[in-house]
Every structure is written in C-alpha cells, then in structure tokens.
Ligand binder design. Structure first.
Ligand SMILES: O=C(O)CCC(=O)C1=CC=C[C@@H](O)[C@@H]1C(=O)O
Ligand SMILES: [Mg+2]
Length: 314
C-alpha cells in the first residue's frame, strides 16, 4: 500500500490580499494514503503554521504510518489533510448545494462588473462581499447598488475583524439591514462584535473566532458559524462545532481557505453531509487558473511535484 506527499503551486488569476499579505500563487500539499486523498494548505495570514512546518509534520506522519503506527498531527492543516485521507466517507452523499458567489475587489470595479453580469436576469439567493478594505463610503455605495439591483438577493458581508467597535457601528447603522443575511467578524474581539450587533441590529456570523478557538456564546443576533476545516483542523473538532450549532439553532456554512480543486471537492462533500440546506462558501476555485485533478477526479501528477513516496507495511 502506498503513502505519498505532493506539493502544488497554482497561480491566482490576479494577486490576492490575505490580511495584508499579497499572494500570486496558492501553494499547498496533497497527501495520498492507500489511494485516498487529503489536502494540506495553510493559508498565509489566516493559518498559524507555515507550509514548511506543515510539510515537515506531514513527512514525519507518513514515515510513522509506513512503520504501521497511528498518527495524531498537531498542526490544523495537517490534521485536516490526514483526517480526509483516512476517513470512511459516506458512500451515498448527495451533491452539495451550489456555492454562493464571492465578490472580491475594488468597489468601483465591482459596480462596473455588476452592470455586465447576468445576475439581474437570474439573481443568486445569496452573495458575499468583503468589507473593511476600502473607504467606507465606497463600500456602502457598492452595497446600495447591490441591494437596489438585486432586491431578492441576501448579502453576506465579511469584515475579517477589520474594524474597531465604533467604525463597525458607523458602517452598520447605514446598512439596508433587511437585505443583509449576516456580517462575518466585524471586530477582532467577540465582545466588540456582540456590542455592534446589539447597537445596530445587524445579524452576525463567526469565522476567525472559531479557528482561533476563542470563547464565544450564543446571542439572539448570532446567526451562523462559518466553518473552515483547513483552519480549524481535525474533522472531529469541526463536527463538534456542527453539533453545537445544531443544538443552538445556528446555521452552518462550510467555507474554503482557497484550497485547490481537490480540497474544494472534499469540502463540498463535508458541506453536503454537515450543512445540506445552506449554500457553502466554496466559490474560490475560479481565482485559480490551474487544477490538480481531471474532471473525473484523478490527480494530474504532472501538475504536482512528488516530495515523498513510501510503501506501508500495514
Ligand atoms: O467563505 C466564503 O464564502 C469563501 C471563502 C472566503 O471568503 C475566505 C476564505 C479565506 C480567507 C478570507 O479571504 C475569506 C474569509 O475570511 O471568509
Ligand atoms: Mg470570513
């Protein structure tokens, strides 16, 4: 039985910013355990581990598996990859719902693109927009355009903790609240996020709070948990969050960390299992110009670089 680790580097369609870091390529690892795949791709700016650290731990884990040992990786991205590659996946999962579209870019360019899109003819039920990146007036003008031109579409906003409590409050006071599905992480501290929700009436979702494993509690304006398995790590930790969400009547949105098409496929399967009724946050693949798998799901070994191949005695 074979164990293998591959590395990929896929160009972004245009450079993307991740918490102040400009990336031109998405780099990550693919692990294969007895023919089953997992993806290990720490996201700069969001993951606490580097790709080099993830690679070193992955190689050590594969060596342990080849000796017939069981492994318990520590780094979240490695936990996710090894868990996926060793999981007993349900065989009859339905396809996940199509992801809601993710808008990213300068407000003026997005307003222009909106005029050219066919969304007015067939509006998406939800649409996500990054905020707290450009001047507030420009972002509010874009939201007003979206709300007016797509009245049947609910908007998901994501501030990535980029505002102070006061800034978030000023922004949220001017939102067309009836059209806002929820706002992800307006402030870094959970207490500030809840204070903004209470002062303005905006509905909230948690994302980074979950991957940083910070304390949080339920609140009437907390609507959803955005679960990013690559950042949270083990599938059992993700499942515990899904259970907590179900018990508290919160929606679950399975979201990507800009993985390759292989990782997005795995996340789609988890989304159909854990959140069958909520469109997932997996509309990130179109930012990549290349794939690691064929349309039928085979890994294209010419698009990845083999780091290690081992035989397992088990
Ligand atoms: O959640 C989604 O709809 C797509 C993924 C996404 O928005 C993100 C992925 C990774 C980092 C950020 O850029 C962003 C987020 O914070 O949610
Ligand atoms: Mg987010």
């Amino acid at each position: 039985m074979q164990l293998a680790l591959y590395r990929y580097s896929l160009p972004f369609r245009q450079p993307l910013m991740f918490k102040g870091q400009r990336l031109t390529n998405r780099e990550g690892l693919l692990v294969s355990i007895h023919g089953q795949w997992g993806e290990i791709a720490p996201l700069p700016g969001f993951s606490t581990e580097t790709l080099e650290e993830a690679e070193a731990e992955s190689l050590a884990c594969l060596a342990a598996l080849s000796r017939g040992e069981t492994v318990s990786p520590i780094l979240p991205s490695v936990q996710f990859g090894f868990d996926c590659a060793q999981r007993s996946w349900p065989s009859n999962l339905p396809a996940s719902l199509p992801p809601y579209p993710l808008l990213q870019g300068a407000p003026a360019e997005l307003i222009e693109a909106l005029g050219e899109s066919d969304w007015q003819a067939s509006p998406p039920s939800r649409l996500k927009l990054k905020v707290a990146r450009y001047p507030m007036e420009q972002e509010l003008a874009l939201i007003e355009q979206l709300a007016t031109r797509l009245p049947a579409t609910k908007l998901i906003l994501d501030a990535n903790g980029g505002w102070t409590r006061e800034e978030a409050q000023r922004f949220c006071e001017r939102l067309p609240l009836a059209q806002i599905d929820y706002l992800e992480e307006p402030c870094t501290a959970f207490a500030d996020t809840i204070a903004v929700a209470e002062a303005t009436g905006v509905a909230i979702a948690l994302d980074e709070t979950l991957s940083r494993r910070e304390e949080w509690h339920c609140h009437p304006q907390l609507k959803a948990l955005v679960i990013k398995p690559t950042l949270i790590g083990s599938l059992s930790a993700c499942e515990a969050l899904v259970q907590r969400a179900r018990a508290s009547d919160l929606r679950v949105v399975i979201s990507s960390s800009f993985e390759s098409d292989l990782g997005l496929g795995l996340l789609g399967r988890l989304a159909s299992e854990w959140a069958p009724d909520d469109p997932p946050g997996l509309d990130t693949g179109h930012w990549l110009t290349e794939r690691v798998t064929t349309e039928t799901g085979e890994v294209m070994t010419e698009n990845v670089h083999c780091l290690s191949k081992m035989e397992s005695s088990a």
